[in-house]
Design a protein around this ligand. Structure first.
Ligand SMILES: Cc1cc2nc3c(=O)[nH]c(=O)nc-3n(C[C@H](O)[C@H](O)[C@H](O)COP(=O)(O)O)c2cc1C
Length: 212
């Protein structure tokens, strides 16, 4: 037979259990964000001498700044149909050859559509380029990459930057680095532009993935 004291302690224990269960139901799970499927941003690049690869790595760092998004880095020669299909965001980068996309990169991109029949619809895209010259066509290369994306039903965007003095925010078409003798290699500022590109595309890709 239960004593009065025993009955009270049983009652208190029951209340405590109910209260704990109510709190657990009301609080969002700490793992809720990590349980959500990660958005994937694929960075595909062509690089013979390593400059564009450095930009691609900086783009990946920018993607990694965004929670819930994973970056996948692929040389164009190693990129598979599965890589492309799985991507929510796609960032393409290459050197400028004769003011445009190098043949190796262009042939691969043509095949993605023509032979592989990848469905690019509503993937979020961005682009970057390197070039030896100051006015050697880097921007034309970036725009050519974006035109491929637009033709394939993608949504394109560029990096943002802030003017602290004016309190305004600006958009760019992509990121680029001048690598020729007048300004060899990839500078910190150019890497920063590549990171901002990665971050912007990652944010948009996550938004598109979350959209109903
Ligand atoms: C065949 C060829 C053509 C090139 N044409 C241009 C050009 O038209 N404009 C330019 O700015 N740089 C040009 N370059 C320089 C490359 O774009 C530059 O060195 C680039 O950063 C190389 O990238 P990578 O180090 O990733 O291979 C050319 C280089 C090669 C090999």
């Amino acid at each position: 037979m239960k004593t009065g004291h025993g009955r009270w302690s049983g009652w208190i224990l029951l209340c405590l259990m109910g209260w704990t269960m109510m709190i657990a139901a009301a609080e969002p799970s700490a793992n809720a964000a990590s349980d959500a499927p990660q958005a994937q941003v694929l960075i595909v690049y062509y690089s013979l001498q390593g400059n564009t690869q450095q930009m691609a790595e900086a783009v990946a760092e920018g993607v990694a700044r965004v929670d819930g998004v994973t970056a996948r880095l692929r040389r164009v020669e190693d990129c598979t149909r599965e890589d492309l299909q799985a991507a929510d965001g796609l960032i393409l980068g290459c050197p400028t050859y004769f003011a445009s996309i190098p043949g190796t990169m262009k042939l691969a991109m043509d095949d993605w559509n023509w032979k592989w029949k990848v469905d690019f619809t509503n993937k979020v895209g961005g682009a970057f380029a390197t070039g030896g010259g100051q006015t050697g066509g880097k921007e034309h290369t970036v725009i050519s990459l974006l035109l491929f994306m637009l033709s394939n039903r993608m949504i394109v965007a560029g990096p943002l930057y802030e003017s602290v003095e004016r309190g305004t925010e600006w958009g760019e078409m992509g990121s680029s680095a001048m690598t020729g003798p007048l300004d060899p290699g990839v500078s910190d500022g150019q890497r920063d532009a590549a990171r901002r590109l990665g971050e912007r595309i990652a944010r948009l890709a996550r938004k598109m993935k979350d959209a109903p």
